[in-house]
Design a binder for this molecule. Structure first.
Ligand SMILES: N[C@@H](CCC(=O)N[C@@H](CS)C(=O)NCC(=O)O)C(=O)O
Length: 255
């Protein structure tokens, strides 16, 4: 059994996609970022960097529980655990790892900043908006040219696609029209049609989204209090916690 520490954001959604693709048993442990639950001491023991996703594999290496954070590391771990979506042959393997690293080092951070300055920044800063939106457009171009040559980012469908796809799902945050990138669009639609991906998108689908944070959530995510509040999560105790919510497979596991 794997515990998935999760909130339905693009970085979070990579992991249920892989868990569903591999048919692994997991239960969802919601970490409500809008209430600052990523700063709870119990979660900081699993990810000292106070971010989702993270996992605890109760049947980890040596049969012992194993906690892991950083989505790229989690995807590689699950691929090695199951022998799926990360080939053993070195050329093929490093092609997957290259595009996975491209996602975690470029697509995630740049799209994230683009969405931040377009949607969340209290003041519109044209230089920052241009800088990150141009970089987002450039990265879409890199992927579009790659996907003109190959079906999926590394050739066959892999953890690199699972890491990248959820970021295209929130393209409205970055004011991107997929029609301008026809090869990305073809790839996006092929992945969206996969039953495992559709099941993964149901996990906590009805929870509050990051798209519209209130003042308290804003402070938890972007304010100075994140530098000092590690011992006291924002809002906890004042509003009902969602930590009892579970995902589809978790419900199945319980019943
Ligand atoms: N490099 C990390 C990024 C994770 C990340 O940025 N998670 C965001 C949600 S998409 C988060 O938990 N933010 C909460 C916070 O910054 O306090 C990964 O790939 O796992």
């Amino acid at each position: 059994m794997i515990d998935l520490y999760f909130w339905p954001t693009p970085n979070g959604q990579k992991i249920p996609i892989m868990l569903e693709e591999c048919g692994l048993d997991y239960r969802v442990k919601p970490v409500n970022m809008l209430r600052g639950e990523q700063f709870k001491p119990s979660f900081l023991k699993i990810n000292p960097n106070n971010k989702i996703p993270a996992i605890v594999d109760h049947e980890g290496p040596g049969g012992e529980p194993f906690a892991l954070f950083e989505s790229g590391a989690i995807l590689q771990y699950l691929a090695e655990k199951t022998g799926r979506f990360l080939p053993r042959e070195r050329r093929a393997r490093y092609t997957v790892l290259q595009w996975l690293t491209f996602q975690v080092a470029n697509v995630g951070p740049m799209f994230g900043q683009c969405g931040h300055f377009l949607g969340y920044a209290p003041r519109k800063i044209p230089y920052a908006i241009d800088r990150y939106r141009n970089e987002t457009l450039r990265l879409y171009g890199v992927m579009d040219r790659r996907l003109k040559q190959v079906e999926y980012l590394a050739g066959p469908y892999s953890i690199a696609d699972m890491a990248t796809w959820p970021w295209m799902r929130v393209r409205w945050l970055h004011r991107i029209e997929l029609g301008e990138f026809p090869n990305v669009q073809r790839w996006y639609e092929a992945i969206a049609a996969r039953p495992a991906v559709q099941r993964a998108m149901e996990v906590l689908a009805k929870s509050e989204k990051i798209g519209n944070p209130d003042a308290k959530a804003r402070e938890a995510l972007f304010g100075r209090s994140q530098l000092t509040q590690k011992r006291r999560p924002t809002g906890v105790g004042k509003r009902p916690s969602v930590s009892q919510q579970t995902g589809r497979r978790a419900d199945k596991a319980k019943g």
